[in-house]
Design a binder for this molecule. Sequence first.
Ligand code: FAD
Length: 498
Amino acid sequence: MTGSSTRSVVIVGGGTAGWMAAAALARFLPPDHRIRLVESDAIGTIGVGEATIPALRIFNHMLGIDEDAFLRATQGTFKLGIEFAGWSGDGSRYTHAFGTIGRALGLVPFHHYWLRAGRPGSLWDHSAAAQAAAAGRFARDHGRPDLPSGIAWAFHFDAALYAAFLRRHAEAAGVERIEGRITGVERDGETGHIAAVHLEGDRRVAGDLFVDCSGFRSLLLGETLGTAFEDWSHHLPCDRAIAVPTARLDPLSPYTRATAHPAGWQWRIPLQHRTGNGIVYASAHLSDDEATARLLAGCNGAPLAEPRPLRFTTGRRRAAWVGNCVALGLAAGFMEPLESTSIHLVQSGIARLLEYWPGKTLADADIAAFNRRTEAEWLAIRDLLILHYHANARPEPFWQARRDAPPPDSLAERLALFRANGRILREGDELFTEVGWLQVLIGQGVQPLGHHALADAIPPADLADFLALARTHAAAVAARMPAHDAFIAAHCAAPVSK
Ligand code: FAD
């Protein structure tokens, strides 16, 4: 046999994961591949997942999606970072801003110079994205091509509209959509691989490779193949969420807000036609009624729909690829949306699937490499989420327990390195940059005792000038940007929804 052994691909599920996979596979697989997607309107999608990170721009770009058209179609807004409010006690706040902080000077990262100088001002005075976010400004270009702005951006969008947008894109690229509820899964008697899915109405959809995007149910990878679930709730005990939309808030802030509360946190996601709100909480510490009341009290404006409860267990399937089945999205696992990483994990899963796309045979070595790299990526994100909980300074029992719980060894090692000399460990395919880790470490109050010795090489007066220049530059970049609302109105305002 020549070419690929997997020319017939069946995607199970048409949520964000399913349609992202369909659009990307249709774009990159050779034309002799047949791609079908099965989804059930009666079951529907999870309907949340509206805040992203900058890597999504690469995904859109690879698919040839125009950024402004995408934002118009999804009622989207721009996102320069996440504001964390209350994580070191009520009234505290910091931003995990996208892009760089400060500028390169010598051999060591910027923050070592800032640490050496005794932390003048705030770390975020040196970040153009943080300055712009705080001022409610946004531009893709700050009008000075000779000076890099240092910002990166992501998006907020309406999850249902995004899936619909990708569906149009995928269908135009040749993906066949099959509507209907899957009632059974047929396995090959010899290999145990999935041979076909059976749909109500006596329909059978056979394939060579199955992409399980069936959501929390994990219909193929979990239910059919029995792949064990690795439960991470001892590290991340929040297990419920309630989501509710409220009216659009003006001005539109170019950031997601994550506000800590006595047993979890609450999100606020600004969209053009509404605001997405939700509360994430540990049911052992907060009842559903209390959570609903807290959510509604924390929203600016009256609800536009009934609050929607969601239950989850944090963790992942031990292997995302088993036999001829690869899971993406919630079917592969779930981590709370504190750093807006789930959609990114779908994206990186698709990129990795394409990287290891089967040749003449399904090779165990390819599958093992895919699974090893997937696990490493999930673990690094998990550790960043745990850091938010571990290094908190809130007084309530839930938060005290999180402080007292020992972090996983991998996080303990990162903390020790940072506390000693401000060093940040980043390995392999890790998603978050050093600057990302830095902001959460400093923002959550983790204090390094020292700094990198090479930062001592420049004279004190030069150091002061260098830091002042970085602050001036960040402020100037932000000041040149228009208001976020004005930028949207000029470039990507969506039609007013009725
Ligand atoms: P789903 O949307 O659940 O889709 C599952 C699909 O499978 C549906 O089409 C369904 O019809 C189909 N299906 C299931 N069973 C059958 C069957 N028997 N027959 C036929 N079809 C079937 N991610 C972010 O990146 N940013 C965020 O801000 C964010 N916030 C979140 C907040 C919460 C509270 C939660 C729970 C998740 C959040 N996520 C976020 C995660 C994000 O929502 C998901 O990663 C994303 O929507 C992908 O979901 P999915 O496509 O895997 O599953």
